[in-house]
Design a protein around this ligand. Structure first.
Ligand code: NAP
Length: 286
């Protein structure tokens, strides 16, 4: 058990809602295991109070924090500096308070790549990737994937304009990559059959709902399927895809990996290998 003293450093997570977050459990377990005098706490922050909350965290000397739905892009305006990972993505999921200077990072993208390798045995290479969604999580994913060998990324989103805005930004940043946007009613034409990976970056599936514009029978038989949703552990997308013989993984590995990277940014240490993922697995099976 850790005890709180006058020297304890505070880190945490801001989001709305945040009460469901599993980050406090995995981060506190890692901090205790490393004997660090840190504590990680959740802060519920309504969208209209984001600026006020960030100013408060800064003046209270909170050492760092994670950023989750719906603040990942809006927070950029309240920070002093962006690390390249956050600048590339245009989204922040981790903030370090460096003596009053707030620096934004994006560990979602690197976390995704780590989880694709570990959980799906997928290293982006010659095949196209279809990515569903264009929100904060999609930004980190596209920016990280653009820094791999992947030749072509196809984005499809409920709101076309959001996808087009993301495409424009990413093409400016990574002009050598082919980044296409497909209207959702055209996804099932030939884009799915020529892809090696399908990634869901939306919240569809959290309520056991299905991606109504996706016809999995059109997906290449050898394609793998990744769902950033981790609760439920087997989303309808993963259930349907594994039933059709696709190799699948949920977002638990990414959640652990982005957390490990954030932990390193705040503490300069690496948590014990696999600890965060084991904590998450315990939480999702109880
Ligand atoms: P966000 O910025 O609010 O974006 C939400 C995305 O989901 C948008 O593309 C939105 O489309 C789409 N969407 C939401 N509800 C929809 C619906 N009913 N039908 C069709 N599309 C819908 O959120 P985010 O930060 O990107 O997070 C998205 C999901 O990723 C969440 O479930 C989050 O828990 C998960 N995530 C997981 C990890 C991990 O480590 N595993 C990390 C980050 C995020 P519109 O543009 O049309 O609104």
């Amino acid at each position: 058990m850790f005890s709180i003293s006058g020297k304890t450093r505070i880190v945490g997570i801001i989001g709305c809602p945040v009460s469901h977050s599993m980050s406090p459990a995995m981060q506190n377990a890692a901090m205790t295991s490393c004997n660090l005098d840190f504590v990680y706490v959740p802060f519920a922050v309504a969208p209209e109070r984001l600026g006020e909350a960030v100013a408060g965290l800064r003046s209270l000397g909170v050492h760092g924090f994670n950023v989750t739905i719906p603040h990942k892009t809006a927070i950029v305006d309240f920070l002093d500096l962006l690390d390249k990972s956050a600048e590339d993505a245009g989204a922040v999921n981790t903030v370090l308070n460096d003596n009053g200077r707030l620096i934004g990072f994006n560990t979602d993208g690197a976390g995704l790549l780590r989880s694709l390798a570990d959980d799906l045995d997928y290293i982006p290479g010659s095949g196209s990737i279809v990515l569903i969604g264009a929100g904060g999580a999609a930004r980190g994913a596209v920016a990280a994937l653009c820094q791999t060998e992947v030749p072509r990324i196809i984005i499809v989103n409920r709101t076309l304009d959001t996808a087009l805005a993301l495409q424009k930004e990413m093409i400016n940043r990574f002009p050598e990559k082919v980044i296409e946007v497909v209207e959702k009613n055209r996804l099932n034409c030939d884009f799915l059959s020529s892809s090696s990976l399908l990634i869901n970056t939306t919240s569809i599936g959290m309520n056991s709902d299905r991606i109504d514009f996706l016809d999995l029978s059109k997906l290449a038989k050898s394609a793998k399927v990744y769902d950033m949703v981790y609760s439920p552990a087997i989303s309808p997308l993963l259930y349907d895809a594994s039933g059709k013989g696709h190799k699948v993984a949920n977002g638990l590995g990414m959640l652990a990996a982005q957390g490990e990277l954030a932990f390193n940014i705040w503490t300069g240490r690496n948590p014990p290998q696999g600890l965060m993922k084991r904590v998450l697995e315990t939480l999702t099976t109880t």
